[in-house]
Design a protein around this ligand. Sequence first.
Ligand code: NAD
Length: 422
Amino acid sequence: MPDKDRFLNEENPFEAMMSRFDRAAQLLDLEPGLYKVLRHPEKQVIVSVPVMMDNGEVEVYTGYRVLYNTSRGPAKGGIRFDMQVNLDEVQALAAWMTWKCAVVNLPFGGAKGGVICDPLKMSAGELERLTRRYTAAIIHTLGPDSDVPAPDVNTNERVMAWIMDTYSMHVRHTVTAVVTGKPVEMGGSLGRREATGRGCMIVTKEALKHLGMKVKGTTIAVQGFGNVGSVAADLLAKEGCVIRGISDRTGAYWNARGIDIPAALKYVKEHKTLEGFKGGDPISNEELLTGDVDVLLPAALENVITSKNAAKIRARIICEGANGPTTAGADSILAEKEIFVIPDILANAGGVTVSYFEWVQDRGGYFWSEESVNDRLNDIMTRSFGDVLKLSTQHKVDMRTAAYMLAISRVATVHRLRGIYA
Ligand code: NAD
């Protein structure tokens, strides 16, 4: 295939995901029938969502919920409210969730949902009505045993509380385990907010150990200073790492001797963004990605490491805090440079792991201490990193391919045991 065509669709999330799926499926020598089953989403729901707007007029929004695979357990995956939501993307993200849950061996399948809307232009009342009507429209898929949503782009604890309440009203009793990412006061888990960043810290330390590098003094650049990036930067700094660069949507900052992360966190708390932060020299986001560091931790957007800039990356390790920060076209360039990539489906699985803990605690009606949550998260992330590394060494493949192989083989094994019912 000419290079032009190879990279033509490198930013299409479904194709990016499927190209990696195909490579892993080929290496696993997956039987043709099962290959076909795993390449298709199990169920796709498209709903029209009428909402009474504040001006008294009715608007109709389009919503989706895709259950990609539920062979290992209830479908798990976030709901996003965004103008860019489309079925291709929701399908890809639902498949992604299937592999992510399987990599860390959670008893969940994968799902994703979304509504095409601009939540920043809606009032709190409009958002609440949209959330409740969307929940009512997809209620036949939802349930603690069938489909358990979570927050995603532009949805949060408050939206999860509305989903939980709407579902509970319909089934006539309170069901906390129908969503995760809820406020702690109504069945949320301690440690959930920090879980993804904490998971990134854990696997970064494991990668350093594997490569014979010391944690103390390791230099790091973090793209994105939100939930994932700021927590990962803070925890890694506490482990003795030197965070040379940080960034958010307003700009990037560099300090070769190390940015004072507590000061940056305080600055963002007061000013909402890093704009005007004086703890480092302003640089471009591209300079941040290609700066002189041991570890690069993208924790903002998709498709930031591409075939165009991959050759310029100097880090020895990339820890993918964000979903899909590396395009399929960049994979081979990073492999040639022997950059050790901790793939997204492993690196950022800390969030869904503590979501699983939340679901377990809700179902048991017994809540754990934060220390217990963090210890269990540490066990799962460390074990999963080891599982993927072992496969990568055995098959002489990169960590991403190994993570997909592990995930697909776990889902495939359950399908074989259950039978396909074709
Ligand atoms: P967030 O909204 O809290 O933070 C995103 C950060 O990225 C913000 O600091 C924002 O300013 C920054 N950003 C946006 N555009 C940027 C740009 N062009 N250049 C540099 N920075 C930019 O989001 P989050 O929850 O931290 O999620 C970040 C990524 O991690 C996303 O890809 C998300 O899908 C993924 N992820 C999040 C979780 C979770 O539990 N929050 C779990 C798994 C994966």
